[in-house]
Design a protein around this ligand. Sequence first.
Ligand code: ME8
Length: 517
Amino acid sequence: MKKYYITTPIYYVNDRPHIGHAYTTIATDIVARWKKLQGFDVFFLTGTDEHGAKICQSAQAKQITPKELCDEMSGHFKEAWKLLDIDYSGFIRTTDKIHEETVQMIMQTLYDKQLIYKKKYEGLYCIHCEKFISEKDLDENGCCPDHKKPPKVQSEENYFFKLSSFNEKLIEMIESPDHPQHIEILPETRRNEILGKLKLGLEDISISRAALDWGIPLPFDNSQTVYVWIDALINYVSAIGYKNDKALFEKYWPADIHLMAKDILWFHSVIWPAILMGAGIAVHKKVYAHGFFTINGEKMSKTIGNVITPAELIEKFGVDPARYLAVSLIPFGPDGDISISALAHKYNIDLANNLGNLVSRTNKMAEKYFEGKIPDCMVEDTLTKDVMKIMEEGYGQSLENMQFNRAAEILQNAITLINQQIENDAPWKLAKTDTEKLAKCMYCYFQATDLIALYLIPFMPTISQKIWELNGAAGNVNDTAKKYFTDKILPRGGFSPKGASLGKFEILFPRIDLEKK
Ligand code: ME8
């Protein structure tokens, strides 16, 4: 069985989960579910980033210990992912013992290979980015351009990693698709930015802190702790048994894709592969950095009060619609803007008016004309074949390319096709003139909608099963989907068997009153 290893960033526990974290995590879940349907053995990793000065500061502000803060906040992330039906395979916490041991093991290897040395260093440190920042990158007020806060002068003797010695190699690996250790960076514009920066030359980086206890002690000098970013990146190998489970590690590593936003692309496309190479571990295959979105044109912030939480999204739209809307409103790649009203508008168009209407009208007509059963008739079903054609012309490819809005658009096109067919056939007229034709038409609407349910699984796993059951199809929709996506053959007897009774009707997507939102 082919494997697929996909990851989200591990999120800082100084913040509660919000729509930004949900965005990347839902996207990862959708791709993971899609790959499973394609027959891949998928490992999907997420987790929380729990060390560093920022976490320490947040704990102090709440007058609790850093560990207490981490336990509480990582719990919030787990809860949020449960609410959003995120089906991860592993949840790593950087305070997990196995992670700490793995970090120490890798640090020791780098030290033994003389890739780490000690040096006095003075620099400007932005605690919110958890990174050194050069003077030329500060804004006109002398603040970090991302956080609008002044950095602190930090002066201490630290251990440094010889990042500069990997400069040429990284350029080759990123630039050449034929390189045996090629790392694909997407989207292309961001790849070019990384290459441009790499060509200006790399400096060695500090990888430890002397004045910070809340971290993993260096194995060769326990008066210093590992820099939080180095600690964090190693999660991708510690979580799949690099230190303690060779078989698991060999099964899944190298990662097929690390998913994140553009803010942390440099760490994943430059520093992470250098550490891996230094430690003698194969590098990951792909990095995809999506854009940053604002809410109603403004950066999301507690002060502005425009933070959207997963719970709020679910409360307004329901779990599956929240998943669908979060990733399909704006293209996944460039920066964009999200608002509750734009999400609600899309909900009404795509879900209430298109998909919801389809399921509801077919169910109601079957109730009225066929006693709530799938009509029993002989028919050449071209409608379902047409739906298949639309879906096969780019849906899977769009998901592979992280073009979720495009995949959603293709899905909507296929649903529209069925709705248009219903308009053209006008079954309400056929009911009076040609009941034989009515039966054939109705049969096809159900099969075509069933096929939509199969493709819908990654975005809306629960709604997909609901449609399946409403339409009188038997069993778990996932089982049929796995078979269908392997063979790509429409079953002869249809998905919903002839004569099958429909499930108990319910409105899947009640319309949202936009005035109220
Ligand atoms: O950076 N738009 O954690 P973090 C889009 N711990 N995505 C957003 C977003 C927004 N407005 N806000 C957050 C860290 N995100 C490190 C990662 S990995 C080894 C360590 C998402 O809690 C996006 O995925 O600051 C971004 O990369 C991530 O949250 C940053 O999460």
